[in-house]
Each structure stands twice: as structure tokens, then as C-alpha cells.
Design a protein around this ligand. Sequence first.
Ligand code: KDG
Length: 313
Amino acid sequence: MGGHSAGLAFDIVAMGEPMYEFNQRKGAGPRDWLGGFGGDASNTAIAAARLGARVAFVTGLGDDAFGTAFRELWTAEGVDHSAVKTDPAAHTGVYFVTHGPEGHAFSYLRAGSAASRIAPADVPHELIRGARVLHASAISQAISASACDAVFSAIETARAAGVTVSYDTNLRLRLWPLDRARAIIEATAALSDILLPGLDDARLLTGLEAPDAIADHYLAKGVKIVALTMGKDGALIATPERREIVAPIKVAAVDATGAGDAFDGGFLVEWLASGDAFSAGRFANVAAGLSTEGYGAVDPLPRRAAVEARLAR
Ligand SMILES: O=C(O)C(=O)C[C@H](O)[C@H](O)CO
């Protein structure tokens, strides 16, 4: 069972696929893999919990060592996993990260995973109704048709209950073809309050080049806040009234795996605390920068004190 008592309301309920991570550090030999944790929505959940939010996660895990490791991780991080299902007929997803001149690359062992077998019947509607934010990503949808249906069902519940819908457009073309991804992501963006796209993905999805045009595109769908991450160019935060570019912080980056997820977690935590999209953008930008200073998606996710110290500099 999860790290919180039943009945407690959560700031954030996140859903998606957790994946055990094997990370081959730069210069490491072919047998030298660092074990860790990944899966974009789980990374975001842990990032938010480390920064002070009350978070619950929704997914499926295999009845295997990786599934057990995830439950231990979430318990240690204070992420509630009482709504996570153990599926004895499927495995927990696994992925491998390698580092080359073009940056990091992923290989997946995830087809048929327990998370991909999640369906609308597994959605914990009461948990979602009691939360302040529901967070999901396009990866949460791309893993299977039933998981995609589950995300739509969760969003419908959130919207009906006035729960803020947060959505990361994380595009993985190995999981679905661009046309299908575009159709689903456009439809989901129109149901979202906070949209967290990356610039490269957004360019492919919208066919637009300029960050401002991309922000306009999504705001016109009714999105209230667009937080567009732009890598070395920082992030563009846009609301219907105002927009601001946040410059990236200087870091000794070794691995960008999970930086976007750290951004999402930081953004949601600070937005929940202040209601201000622009201070949320600055906070998230620091959380994302600091998350690149170590290997793995989860281990280097910063705690609140580290983000605040860096913001104060
Ligand atoms: O690529 C995916 O599907 C993952 O979720 C693995 C990584 O943890 C994630 O991409 C990092 O953002």
C-alpha cells in the first residue's frame, strides 16, 4: 500500500507507465549499466513529491522484481501507490539509456507491459475527484488503446469535478505513428488546462516553427497555460494575457533523461502554491536544470531546498 493514509486528498494524481531504467554512463563498458527508475509520469510524480506536493500515482506493475522496486521507491518518496494495480499476467516495463554525440537515446522493453494493460475500469475516479491536479502525458496514451481510453476517462472525471488537467505532449514515435499521435494529442490538449510541450515535439505536432505561434495554437484551443520547454533556449510560459521567456540555468549536465519531467513536477508544485504561471516557470526551469547534473531520470531530481537556493542566487 502507498505511503499515505486512505481518504487523504492529493495535490496531484498522475498516471502513466513506470519503467525500470538501465543507464550506461558515458565511457562505460557494454556490461556496465546503472540501475534506476524512469517513466515520464512517475518521474513527474516523484519530482513533485520531492518538492513538497502530496502525490498519488495510477498505473499497472508486473508481479516481478521491478514492480516491487517501484513500490519501494514510491513508498520511500512519499508517493501514494494504493491505486496501482499488480497484474500477474504481465511484466513491468524496462528501458535502456545510452549516451552518444547526439545526446541520450532510449531502447525499450515495454510492449505488453502491465501499465499498457490499464483500462478505463482501473481508473480511480474518487481519487481524481479529490485531487487538485490530474497529470498525464502522451506516453501514458501511446502505450495502448486501453491505456489511452483510461487517460480520457480520467480526464473526463477531472473536468467534471473541476480538477485542473495537466498534460505533457511527450512524443515517442516508436510507440505510435505521427498522424495518430497528432490526432490524440490535439484532442487531449483541447481538454487540458496546463499544457507542457517540448519545442521539438510541438513543431512536429503542429507544423509550426515559432514558439509564439505554437503557444497561440494551443491557447486558441482553450488551454489556460502553455509552458513550452525549449532546451538550451529555456522555456516560454504563455497565458492568454501574458508571456515570458525563462532562460536556462548554468549546470554541469551529464544526463538530460527526465529533465522535462522534473520541469513538469516543479511547474505543478509552484503553480499550486502560488497560482502564478510565471513563477512556476522559473521554479520548474531550475528544477529541470538541476536534474541533469546526475545520471538517471529519478536519482538527481532535486529537493525543494536545492531549487530555492539556486533561485536565490
Ligand atoms: O520514454 C519513455 O517512455 C519514458 O518514460 C522513459 C524516460 O524516463 C522518460 O522519457 C524521461 O522523460
